[in-house]
Design a protein around this ligand. Structure first.
Ligand code: NAI
Length: 334
């Protein structure tokens, strides 16, 4: 067995958190030879439910779980964290504008960025799940000057998984036979699920894709899948979101060979995306880190789709500008 690593999860008593913590503790995220200390973080109101979650974790007797702690203090919860999964966020309340939601959540992520900067391991890998995830990641990174911005990523893996399955259903193949599906941009309804480079059983399938299905069924279905699940379940995606977080962190940390994986990462200016936006791009994961896949050809349709989601991320950034330090671009580019 390896020396234990410390994993912090915010919003651990919420829908996604409840699904996530058992899977982390069972070894699905960091591997079956990796013992862990789990640090669960909640709001003061969430602490009672969190005590129940901790009891259940104890009741699982997971061999890899060395300790579990519960707190409503981020400075305590993130102390020495090797991984931090930021799930906790405010849901949209009645009559709340998107702008208000952005600002109140960004406030949370500014505080969490400062806390990570102060107490987490210098090597911490941070995954932002709480929405608006991309912009929350920007705010957290801008407030964590001593942590390399590339250690902070936001989740687009759920969108990628959704897109892979919809393509597999259409092509009557197994999900494992689908490769190189890309999610570009924001985790929102402007995201661009791109099949331009997709392979099925190793074969490039773009020329065989029905254009009407692609533009009028596939793309909108992936963009609005979250709402479709809410409509059916009466609650938002939780098991699949937790699964996306596990997939993202596992592949990032343990490596995923030559698989193309979409991750929202700080833009380096490639593909005409403004530096310092957390924009989903295809990456390779050799282990412990990601590498952007650069210089893919972008056709006219793709360019217009990528531009639309870029614009939305700029609007989101501008709405939370007051939470970004004046020199945030320097902090992120360091
Ligand atoms: P939930 O409302 O069931 O759980 C959120 C939990 O976070 C609650 O227990 C709450 O007490 C806690 N919380 C709120 N503020 C906190 C803070 N400052 N510190 C610590 N804990 C805090 O929500 P659910 O369904 O678990 O979703 C969580 C977030 O994930 C939402 O923002 C949701 O929109 C987002 N999400 C993101 C997805 C993605 O693909 N990136 C997919 C699905 C959901």
């Amino acid at each position: 067995l390896l020396p234990p690593l410390r994993v912090a999860v915010t919003g651990a008593a919420g829908q996604i958190g409840y699904q996530l913590v058992t899977r982390i503790a069972s070894g699905e995220m960091l591997g079956k030879n990796q013992p862990i200390h789990l640090s669960c973080i909640e709001t003061p109101q969430g602490m009672k439910a969190l005590r129940g979650v901790v009891m259940e974790l104890e009741d699982c007797a997971f061999p890899l779980l060395k300790s579990v702690s519960a707190t409503d203090q981020v400075d305590k919860g993130f102390a020495d964290a090797d991984f931090a999964i930021l799930v906790g966020a405010k849901p949209r309340g009645p009559g709340m504008e998107r702008r208000d939601l952005l600002a109140s959540n960004a406030q949370i992520f500014a505080e969490q960025g400062r806390a990570l900067n102060k107490v987490a391991s210098r090597e911490v890998r941070v995954l932002v799940v709480g929405n608006p995830a991309n912009t929350n990641a920007l705010v957290a990174a801008a407030n964590a000057p001593d942590i390399w911005a590339e250690q902070i990523t936001a989740m687009s893996r759920l969108d990628q998984n959704r897109a892979i399955t919809q393509l597999a259903l259409k092509m009557h193949c197994d999900v494992a036979e689908v490769e190189r599906v890309i999610i570009w941009g924001n985790h929102s309804t402007t995201q661009y699920p791109d099949l331009s480079h997709a392979l099925v059983r190793g074969e490039w399938i773009r020329p065989r894709i029905d254009e009407d299905w692609y533009r009028n069924e596939f793309i909108p279905r992936i963009q609005k899948r979250g709402a479709e699940v809410i409509e059916a379940r009466g609650a938002s995606s939780a098991a699949s979101a937790a699964n996306g977080a596990i997939d993202h962190m596992r592949d990032l940390w343990l490596g995923a060979g030559n698989k193309w994986l979409s991750m929202s990462v700080p833009s380096d200016g490639s593909y005409g995306i403004d530096a310092c936006l957390w924009y989903s791009v295809p990456c390779l994961c050799p282990g412990a880190h990601f590498r952007r896949i650069l210089e893919l050809p972008v056709d006219e349709f793709s360019a217009s789709m990528m531009e639309r989601t870029r614009k939305e991320l700029i609007e989101e950034r501008d709405a939370v500008r007051h939470l970004l330090p004046r020199d945030y671009e320097r902090i992120i580019s360091m």
